[in-house]
Write a protein that binds this ligand. Structure first.
Ligand code: PLP
Length: 474
């Protein structure tokens, strides 16, 4: 498959995930990328992966994606607060890191369709734990030749997340709550992709399916860029010397973000450890500690809902690079049938850590009180997990905390962490209070969100997703 064909398809017909045959090595010495703006760097990095795109096609996508939709020309600024460095990935339209990839994916998808002579309508199916859905809706709304259907856990997202999705405009958008959790939604969506009879009927109706989840390789590779960008900013801000190894701590759910960091490391970025931070759904922490992946466990609804995931799809890609296709297929079969697998393989590039709800809240409070910096509940998991890692190891490498959402997306929980007296405020009152406390103005995408009309009210059972899809793609 070419890169553009893999992006169009989204997922292999057998349910596997597309990967580059080999992770490419950085073409030029890292120092030559110093001082580049985000877009030039994106071009320099994406070229390595999207090798059947022409330079013009790549620029068309990059220029379309990274523009004034973001509220800073840096797109992904590195901020220092106390001893911590935060890579802020929430300056796009939906104030979560998903914007970094989902603002470019619609361009990559439509260019891929053009390149491959695909004349059917591309129907994007997306399961979301809260943030992908809105970012994908923003990206694909009213894009000619596409439709988008988003499934979210009806009772598993924040009030702001839900309203962001259900108020979405755009004639080609559908949003549906499911009576189940993210894993149910993701599993059902994966099944739809591999249902040959259904896909044939949809084709008759004029549609081909594709994915905006991080199972789509077109979601993953744009995320590699900001690991380089973070590193180069660390050098430019004289926090590290060029060539010095650093750690990244990544709040992790589906393992897409951190896998992009692994790709960057394999390309040659000087990375020591990728610290995989989980919340109470710490299946990945247990995996890195014991080699056993077991999703048969209690599922917790936490204050970091975008990480409430027990089946981290992108781990499959890491397994592939570490143990090959055959062994990976065996483990995935075991996961599908019994919900678990075991390996003796060591993953030296990664360390698992986790933070409980109490540790997360305490960390958010302490960070605010000692530095004035307010982080969201997902970034809070990373902060607290990193602190535990540091206490255990004394690791001297500099660390970047990958900040995945604005505190305004999970305002009430952030405020409650800072002071429990705010626990009874609603999310929108909380925004005003946070604005006063932090001095950071409420981001435009969520200002007045509670006053916008709700346009999507569909809800369906978790085993009725394929009927829903068929009813919308007639
Ligand atoms: C999606 C998301 C995550 C988890 O990222 P993965 O790539 O799924 O590991 C963490 N934080 C926020 C705010 C998110 O939206």
């Amino acid at each position: 498959m070419t890169a553009s064909q893999a992006i169009l398809k989204g997922i292999c017909p057998d349910g596997g995930l597309y990967v580059p045959n080999e992770i490419p090595k950085l073409e030029r010495p890292l120092s030559e990328y110093l001082g580049m703006g985000y877009k030039d760097l994106a071009f320099g990095i994406l070229k390595h992966f999207l090798n059947d795109f022409t330079d013009e096609e790549l620029w068309e996508a990059i220029n379309g994606a990274y523009d004034s939709k973001f509220d800073t020309p840096l797109f992904a600024p590195l901020k220092k607060a106390g001893d911590n460095c935060f890579l802020e990935l929430f300056h796009g339209k939906t104030i979560a890191f998903k914007d970094m990839a989902l603002s470019i994916l619609p361009y990559l998808t439509t260019i891929s369709a053009r390149k491959n002579g695909e004349d059917k309508t591309i129907a994007i199916l997306t399961a979301t734990s809260g943030d992908t859905g809105k970012a994908a809706l923003e990206g694909f709304a009213d894009v000619p030749g596409t439709k988008i259907i988003v499934f979210f856990p009806e009772y598993g997202v924040s009030a702001v997340q839900k309203l962001q999705m259900t108020t979405q405009e755009g004639k080609n958008t559908h949003v549906c709550g499911i009576l189940g959790n993210f894993d149910d939604a993701q599993t059902a969506v994966k099944k739809i992709f591999t249902d040959e009879a259904l896909n044939a009927r949809l084709y008759e109706n004029g549609y081909v399916l594709s994915s905006a989840n991080s199972i789509n390789i077109g979601r993953l590779v744009p995320q590699v860029v900001y690991y380089f960008y973070a590193y180069l900013q660390m050098v430019e801000q004289n926090i590290i010397e060029m060539g010095e190894k650093i750690n990244f701590t990544v709040p992790t759910g589906n393992f897409g973000n951190i896998l992009a960091g692994y790709f960057a490391k394999c390309m040659g970025l000087p990375v020591e450890k990728l610290i995989c931070a989980s919340n109470d759904n710490k299946v990945l922490y247990d995996f890195f500690a014991t080699g056993e992946y077991d999703k048969n466990r209690e599922f917790f609804v936490t204050t970091s809902p975008s990480m409430d995931i027990l089946v981290s799809s992108n781990l499959e890609r890491l397994l592939y690079y570490c143990m090959g296709a055959k062994e990976t297929a065996k483990l995935m079969q075991s996961l599908n049938s019994g919900g678990k697998y075991e390996t003796s393989k060591k993953f030296e590039d990664f360390v698992g850590e986790y933070a409980t709800e109490a540790e997360n809240a305490a960390g958010i409070k302490e960070l605010f009180e000692s530095t004035g910096y307010v982080c969201d509940t997902h970034t809070g998991v990373a902060c607290a997990a990193y602190k535990k890692y540091l206490d255990k190891t004394g690791d001297k490498h500099k660390n970047v905390i990958v900040s995945t959402a604005s505190p305004y997306k999970f305002t009430r929980d952030v405020l409650t962490a800072i002071n429990s007296k705010y626990a009874n405020e609603d999310d929108f009152r909380s925004m005003d209070i946070l604005e006063e406390l932090s001095g950071i103005t409420i981001p435009a995408p969520v200002r007045g969100l509670d006053k916008r009309p709700v346009l999507h009210k569909d809800v369906c059972e978790k085993d009725a997703l394929s009927e829903y899809v068929e009813s919308k793609l007639k």
